[in-house]
Write a protein that binds this ligand. Structure first.
Ligand code: PMP
Ligand code: GLN
Length: 445
């Protein structure tokens, strides 16, 4: 291998002299792509890479990628500063999760699950919700196993299932009536979902509160999914990274707490989403020992463990929350109240701008229908409408947003029609800057 590479480099150098750098670059590209493992061909283009880069390049008001641009809480930042000043905490910690963190996760979640969680065997931590999902999917899915994915879906589920050589089976949520204006109007049809199960189904992945719709699944909807999981003996991976961000007094329900579901469900959480510090990339899985072991078996051979100071600080964050629970000091309560206001503001602004927002019940995001705008703009790549719209909107109108067709399989991308996703976990001043851009734009039309 080393021999081949050095021969290749010397050919390149000669070529550079003779025919110029361009030719060399194209040769390097071809050579390098011949090295790529097959699994890289199933991952496709990454929507976050394209649109985050585009937003930065055009200095757009960024309502695209889902991260708060407001400050993370002081108690959390202080806890991290304290952690790094305490030298033992700058070293490796326990592979399945830093003790102080798993202990407090057990304290927080045992009452929610209505059972005493074992912090040592019924949870593991990983690098973000992403790391948890990757470990679980690779620890559970054999080649040829089918995995049911509900559309729209957080985009990484699909490449992760494909990289594990699983077979994705899609079922779409649809607006139950044409004029639906709330995320709860997006529903699953029981018969369509039931038809997606087969003897090869290993798992289903659900997400509540939902990205990108902002739907919070009701008890009836979760019960319907749970019954099908039990009838078909299927594992449920429940992505609940936005679990504390529910609005208007709505209740977030864990499917794992429904009868007969604990033993077949693993729930995914994210410290980044919980404490408005998405760059911290620290997630956790909670579930029965046997399923947790499957995920941890992958994690222990990939990253082995994740950063100790970050886990220590998130543990302190949860301890702070436990002490403040039910009071006005509760960070979770304050955050969801403030996000609900931001949601209302964005809904109002988008409506005034002529779009039709679908009002979310939780999470960071809303989708809005741009069809009433009747826009025409120059198509760049012959991509789905929403991709073209988001590129144009970012470059020409200075507002970055995300195309929801990234959250659908190829066959169903048309279902998003003219919907666009916006993130409202932003400072009021950012939302107001977006308004100013929208107003300018309206003025020009
Ligand atoms: N699941 C969903 C639904 C998400 O939106 C995200 C993005 N935060 C993740 C998982 C990944 O979480 P993390 O940033 O902690 O990796
Ligand atoms: N979950 C966030 C979103 O949906 C961020 C995703 C990412 O950065 N890959 O926007």
């Amino acid at each position: 291998m080393r021999h081949t590479c050095s021969r290749f480099l010397s050919v390149c150098t000669r070529l550079a002299g003779v025919r110029g750098q361009k030719r060399t670059e194209s040769l390097i590209k071809r050579m390098a792509s011949s090295f790529a493992a097959d699994r890289t061909s199933v991952t496709g283009e990454n929507v976050w890479v394209e649109f985050t880069t585009l937003a930065a390049k055009h200095n757009a008001v960024n309502l695209g990628q889902g991260f708060p641009d407001f400050a993370a809480p002081l108690f959390l930042k202080k806890a991290l500063a304290d952690a790094v000043m305490n030298d033992p905490l700058n070293q490796y910690t326990r592979s399945m999760g830093h003790l102080r963190l798993v202990q407090v996760l057990a304290n927080v979640f045992s009452p929610v699950y209505g059972r005493q969680l074992n912090p040592l065997t019924e949870m593991f931590t990983a690098v973000g919700g992403y790391g948890v999902l990757f470990s679980l999917i690779h620890g559970l899915v054999n080649p040829g196993d089918e995995v049911i994915i509900i559309e729209p879906f957080f985009d990484c589920y699909l490449p992760m299932v494909k990289m594990a050589n699983g077979i994705p089976k899609f079922v779409s949520m649809k607006l139950k009536n044409e004029g639906g204006t709330s995320a709860k109007d997006f529903v699953l049809d029981r018969d369509e979902l039931a038809a997606a199960f087969s003897p090869k189904t290993k798992a289903i992945i659900i997400n509540t509160p939902h990205n990108p719709l902002g739907k919070v699944y009701s008890r009836d909807e979760l019960t319907m999914i749970a019954e099908l999981c039990k009838e078909n003996n299927v594992v449920c991976i429940s992505d609940e990274v936005y679990e504390w961000l529910v609005f208007d007094g709505l209740e977030h329900i864990k499917i794992a707490t429904l009868p007969g579901m604990w033993e077949r469900t693993v729930t995914v959480g994210s410290g980044g989403k919980t404490f408005s510090a998405t760059g911290w990339k620290l997630g956790w899985a909670i579930g029965p020992t046997e399923l947790i072991k499957c995920g941890h078996d992958v994690l222990v051979q990939t990253t082995y463990t994740c950063p100790t100071p970050i886990q220590e600080a998130i543990a302190v964050g949860f301890e702070h929350e436990l002490a403040a629970k039910g009071t006005d000091e509760s960070y979770f309560k304050g955050l969801s109240l403030s996000l609900a206001k931001k949601r209302d503001l964005l809904v109002k602004l988008l409506t005034e701008a002529g779009m039709k927002p679908i009002v979310p019940e939780g999470g960071y995001f809303l989708v809005a229908d741009t069809a009433p705008l009747n826009l025409t703009f120059k198509s760049e790549k012959n991509d789905p409408y929403d991709y073209e719209f988001c590129r144009w909107f970012t470059k020409e109108r200075g507002i970055a947003c995300i195309p929801p067709s990234a959250f659908y399989s190829d066959k169903s991308k048309h279902l998003t029609d003219k919907l666009i996703r916006f993130c409202f976990a932003k400072k009021d001043s950012t939302l107001e800057a977006a308004v100013a851009q929208l107003k300018d734009w309206k003025g020009q039309n």
